[in-house]
Design a protein around this ligand. Sequence first.
Ligand code: SAM
Length: 265
Amino acid sequence: MPTPHKARKRFGQNFLHDARVLHRIAAALDLSPQDHVVEIGPGKGALTRFLLPACRRLDVVEIDRDLVARLEDRFAGHDRLHIHSQDALRFDFAALGCGLKIVGNLPYNISTPLLFHLFGFKDVTDVMVFMLQKEVVERMAAAPGDKRYGRLSVMTQYHCQVEKLFTVKPEAFRPRPKVMSAVVRLHPHRTPPVDVGDYRTFETLVARAFGRRRKTLRNSLRGMVDEETIRACAIDPAARAETLPLDAFARLSRTLCDSVQPATA
Ligand code: SAM
C-alpha cells in the first residue's frame, strides 16, 4: 500500500473520485483505438485509468514528483503510457505529434495561463476536454453584453468552438473545492473565424480593451487607437469592450495593422 498523499494546494490538487464524472469526461473525448491522448495533471491516475484502455497512446504531464512516482508504480508495465514529470505550462505539446486529444481535471490556480499556452498548440490538437471552475467555463463561453464576457471569452472563441458540457459539485472531489466545477469541450478552429491581420496586435488590443473594461473604448485604447479609427471601423468610441463582438475586435485589429504596415510598391 502506498503512503497516503497529502493534497498540495499550490498544485491545485482536488482529486476526483466520482466514477460517473470520470466516465463522462472520458466519454466526451469520443475515443477510438487509434487516438493519441494527452492528460494534463493525472494526479493519482483516476482519469488515466479510464483513458488508457481506450486509446493507442497516452502521454501524461504531471508536475508533482511524488505523484509521478506513484503513477510509475501504479501503471508499471503499461507501455502505451508515457509519463512526463514536467510543468504543463512549459510543455511542448507539438513535440508529441499531431491530432492530439487533450484532457484534464486542470489545476484551477493556473487554468487561464494554461489555456493560453494550449491555444498555441491548436494546430496539433483535435479536441480538448477540461474540468475547470464553473465560473471560468462561463467566462470562456460568454457572449458580448454578458457581464462574464471578457478577454478569456474573446481569445477562447477566436481559437476554438466552445461547448459547455456539464457541471460538477464539490462532493465529487477530495479535498472538496470551495467552488462549483464544469466540464468544457473545445474544438480548435482549423481556420480562424475572423481575420485579425496580425495576431500579436489582436492579442494586445483585446488585453488593453479589457484591462480597463469599465472605461469606454475611446479611453481604454487611448495611445493605441484614436477615436477616428474606432469610428472608421463602425464602432462607437463610447462603447465598452464588454459589448464588442469578436468580429469588431478583428476589424479594429486589421485597421491597426494596415495603418502601421509600410506601403508596398
Ligand atoms: N486528474 C487528477 C484527478 O482528477 O483526480 C488530479 C487533478 S488535480 C485538480 C490537478 C493535477 O494537476 C494535480 O495532480 C497537480 O499536481 C497537477 N498539476 C498542477 N500544476 C501542474 C502543472 N503546472 N503542470 C502539470 N501538472 C500540474
